[in-house]
Design a protein around this ligand. Sequence first.
Ligand SMILES: NC(=O)CC[C@H](N)C(=O)O
Length: 364
Amino acid sequence: MMKRQLILEDGTVFIGEGFGSETEASGEVVFNTGMTGYQEILSDPSYCGQMVTLTYPLIGNYGINRDDFESIQPSIKALIVREATDLPSNFRSELTIDELLKQKGIPGLAGIDTRKLTRLIRQYGTLKGRLTAIDQDVAKTVESLKETQFPTNQVMQVSTPTPYPSPGRGKRVVLVDFGMKHGILRELNQRDCDVVVVPYNTSSKDILSLHPDGIMLSNGPGNPKDVPEAIEMIKEILGVVPMFGICLGHQLFALACGGDTFKLKFGHRGSNHPVKELSTGKVAITAQNHGYSVDPASIENTVLEITHIALNDGTIEGLRHKEVPAFTVQYHPEASPGPEDANDLFDSFMTMMEQSLKEDKINA
Ligand SMILES: NC(=O)CC[C@H](N)C(=O)O
């Protein structure tokens, strides 16, 4: 294996062994604390532009299989691990993690102290980094990293360029793809929804011309403020058709309703984040992956109500519109990877569509 280095903008250098592709990569370095689920994590489009380090020390144990991808083309910039195994053991395994990353052109770094890296990110906040050859000059790289402005068009990079159907016989749902995890589509299809997946910048007029029973706003990468066209679309659709949003979809919904978002110091990324539902006091263990959050002060004078909070840091995890059928969550009810405690939110969305159809009939 070839020695490679991870250089951070604060000048810290981690030297380890390269695996996967030998390309150079720069991005925001973030950590995920899940003990399993590396295949879903590396293929979650919300990580577009980011270099992900996993705190669980042994990665690749159960290999890579056909079924657990959350997108066709993974968009993480790099994967940073303590140890990447060459000897996976699982009946579903088809590839090693090294083979997958080589196939997809994604570089990996193994053999570094991922605990030290994670503690650094927790202390300083998310850092810019570059994974590069061992002979690259550190001082020059740090200087260039400090000046680097990463692109702000991640959603455009991962959203579908054209609409496509995922047919069913039930409710018609327009799923706006900001970098959708396959898990969301899987949940809707399981409920027999007749789904049309549309690009992130589809207008409200084009969405409504599909005669949807409900609109689903997907997860996605980057800052929600980088997608102003979606915020406008949401404003125009609110109250016309029931709406359910996840993660980036939740943040865009908050912005459309007059709220504000801010960047968290190091984000929430893992598979065991406790979330409390305020109306019942019930706690769900949830999968999370986000770097931004909705500012509680900003929603005080809006039509929104906080429905869920994170028990680790008290940040907002769920919102509901007080006047029209629309609710959103910051976490991932589709799991993939992680617990399915919050899976029933998809059933709540189904019920909301059902009720709205009944009311339409009564008012007709
Ligand atoms: N998973 C997501 O949709 C993430 C939303 C947003 N990109 C964030 O980091 O907060």
